[in-house]
Design a protein around this ligand. Structure first.
Ligand SMILES: *Cc1c(COP(=O)(O)O)cnc(C)c1O
Length: 389
């Protein structure tokens, strides 16, 4: 039998025996979608759990992003990051908005707030930053800029479920934040997503937009889309909430074990939790500095595969390198993002990842570093020998 591959993540599922009674209830009721009771209940519970005013559930994060842009009637140019999953920029494209890429900062790989101002033009209407790996952007500086220039801010918070900044949800920043509950994310409803907003009027507007713009049987108030979450996923999501905190504990344990194992390897950098942040341990990216480590990120990626361990190069290539976007003027000169995209590999991280996998990753990396220093030592020795002859 083929050995089970260790992938970058493995979705957490609720206990099946807890899901079955909910399925039976849904079977009995024959109410499968369209703002059913589980949908309403999940929205309420999520708002309390996350500490946010209003949640509107979606069938996925991409449609939530697209609807968020529609909700605020964003047009023209939007400043965003090239270092993200393609859906961030695709959501602009689908709305006929021109993406303007701005480089990231090297510490946490988020949009560099210091570079945003220079990219603002009379066409700019909004900023679309991403809390990459769940680490908050410079939310205060971004809001400052937005206020000064009259711009809207929509956060792609697909990685930031449960993250708090200065004790309150990071999802409360900006005009809107979007979440993804895709199977690979830190919190999943198989597929799914949400928009977080601050007031009931906006929530109503979003609710219309995700259901064709239908206000009642005879009234359509906007050209909406179909992006509703169904009852099965909402019921599943309610169960998932109960297990989120313990899942984060498991992720934290694995993260700390990685950090401990990798701390003395030259040329391997990882991220510490930022200050004032309650982190969700959604990803464990490491950055391989080839000149210090002696081997490239892709060498590490391939070597781990030989041990049945499949990291992911999030995010490589940059969005600005894909054919749709590479012709844009702003697709050039994104030096930090380019460099980071060549250094990064996200290591497997999920609550029930066996400790031995972490041990293997650490020993593979140490072995690679050691082999390289041995090779260098041999080379230097032979050079010395040659000089002496
Ligand atoms: C996953 C992800 C999305 C898209 O979410 P889906 O639910 O898969 O549509 C958008 N942005 C980022 C940063 C993501 O990681």
């Amino acid at each position: 039998m083929e050995k089970h591959k260790i992938l970058v993540t493995r979705p957490q599922l609720p206990p099946l025996n807890e899901f079955i009674p909910l399925l039976e209830d849904i079977w009995d009721s024959r109410w499968l979608t369209n703002n059913g009771k589980y949908h309403q209940e999940f929205e309420k519970q999520l708002a309390v759990f996350l500490g946010v005013p209003y949640v509107s559930l979606f069938s996925n994060g991409t449609l939530a992003l697209m609807a968020a842009l529609q909700c605020l009637k964003i047009k023209g140019e939007v400043i965003t990051t090239p270092f993200s999953f393609v859906a961030t920029t695709h959501s602009l494209w689908w709305n006929g908005i021109k993406p303007v890429f701005v480089d990231i900062e090297a510490d946490y790989c988020n949009l560099d707030a210091k570079l945003i101002e220079a990219a603002i033009t009379p066409e700019t209407t909004a900023i679309l930053p991403v809390h990459v790996y769940g680490n908050p952007c410079d939310v205060d500086e971004i809001q400052n800029l937005a206020d000064r220039y009259g711009l809207r801010v929509i956060y792609d918070a697909a990685h930031a479920f449960g993250v708090k900044y200065k004790g309150s949800s990071v999802l409360n920043y900006g005009d809107l934040s979007i979440l993804s509950f895709h199977a690979t994310k830190v919190f999943n409803t198989i597929e799914g997503g949400a928009i977080i907003c601050h007031d009931l009027k906006t929530k109503k507007r979003i609710d219309y937009l995700k259901n064709f713009g239908i206000a009642d049987e005879t009234t359509v108030v906007a050209p909406g889309i179909n992006a509703k979450m169904n009852e099965l996923q909402a019921a599943y999501g309610i169960l998932q909430l109960k297990y989120f905190d313990s899942a984060i504990d498991g992720r934290q344990h694995i993260t700390e074990k990685y950090r401990d194992g990798l701390k003395d390897i030259e040329g391997v950098r990882y991220l510490e939790n930022p200050v004032d942040v309650d982190y969700n341990y959604s990803y464990f990216p490491v950055f391989i500095d080839e000149s210090e480590f002696g081997r490239s990120r892709d060498d590490v990626y391939e070597e781990l595969k030989k041990h049945n361990i499949y990291g992911r190069r999030y995010f490589y290539p940059l969005i600005s390198e894909f054919s749709t976007y590479r012709g844009l003027p702003s697709a050039k000169g994104l030096d930090i993002a380019y460099e980071i995209s060549r250094q990064v590999i996200c290591l497997p991280l999920y609550p029930d990842l066996p400790d031995e996998v972490v041990d293997t990753v650490v020993s593979v990396l140490k072995g690679m570093a050691r082999v390289e220093s041995r090779e260098i030592a041999v080379k230097i020795l032979s050079q010395i020998k040659r000089k002496m002859e």
